[in-house]
Design a protein around this ligand. Sequence first.
Ligand code: ZN
Length: 404
Amino acid sequence: MAKSSQVQKRQDARKAKIMDIVWRTPRASRTLIQKTTHMSMESTLTLVNELLEEGLLLRAGKSDGNSVGRKSMILRINPDGCYGMGIRFNARCITGVVINLEHKPVLTERMLVPGDTDTAEILEMLKACVHRLLDGLKERSGRLEGIGIASPGVMDLSNEMVKRYVHVPDWHDVPLREWMQKEFPWPVSLEHDVKCTARALRMQPKYRHAKNMLLVQMDRGVYMCMILNGHIYHGSTNISGEIGHVCAVEGGWPCACGQAGCLETVASDSAFLEQIRQGMARGGFQKLRALAGKERDITIADLVRSSELGDDEASALLSVAGTALAKVLASAITLLNPDHLIVSGILATTPAFQSAFLRTVEGRTLREGLEAVMISFETYDDLINAAGAAELTLSRRFSVREVL
Ligand SMILES: [Zn+2]
């Protein structure tokens, strides 16, 4: 690498560090930045001035003065200094968002994906979603850092391609990043959607200081993102987190992956719906059928509602799922010693699931490991995946925020 390029890289990293300090610290001053970074005061002043000129920092008044009455300039992030765009998709919906430098959404877009949509049609919808957001940004698109895509499915080693997405049958080895890059002049990035959720969560005050975090998302499948020592753990071929295909039930049902008894066979939307279908064929789930009505298919929301209304059969399904997930995650807690464990999904909010999950985790985890971890059950909408994809684009420039 040429020397000038190395110098530039170091300056960019220092600027990113300064931006991070200002973002995390209310009423940050140049003296505080100098003390935190251990840079010389001359370098600190030069870089802060450059960030002010670039419009990424703003002057926010003066401090009250120190012991000798000298006042310092207070700095803050310019929210409109630049923007990141994120697009999230699945076989049902496409969600787009533009976030500012304070990680707040400034534009959102949603498009429903019709049934039986093929790969080419989804790609066209993704492009259309980006164009709509660009139209909303108008001249501010000059300050757009890039376009991030949060994708479901199995990624390839380089993260350039989505190899498989089972809910779109003709989806095979799709070079999604390259296809989108041909359409737009901004850098395009691609990442698994649950990893994008983890990125977005790390920007929230509640999880800003989380260092070792496990995020499990349960919906059509079950997937886990691991943040270890502040970094997303990708694994050697980028498929870490496929917790849905860890064996949870010995001799259990066959799984689409070719194994049997995978977690997804008892703790995913498709598994629940299949078990309900089979149960109804035997005359079971009468309360659930009555709740949903005869004229439409049962949904996962129906299952959750029925359980909450005291339906023992519905609660038993959720309890089995909670137990199965807990068996797998108890090992993860003991092995990885996380500080946060988040189980997300509509199912995870039900008392039946939670009580089975917690009871099983408590019975199978080393006490010290359990004491160290904060367990929470959440539901997130798809906006958070899209926001995480947008964070991915900002992290290209402000890489210290790429503590992930
Ligand atoms: Zn499997």
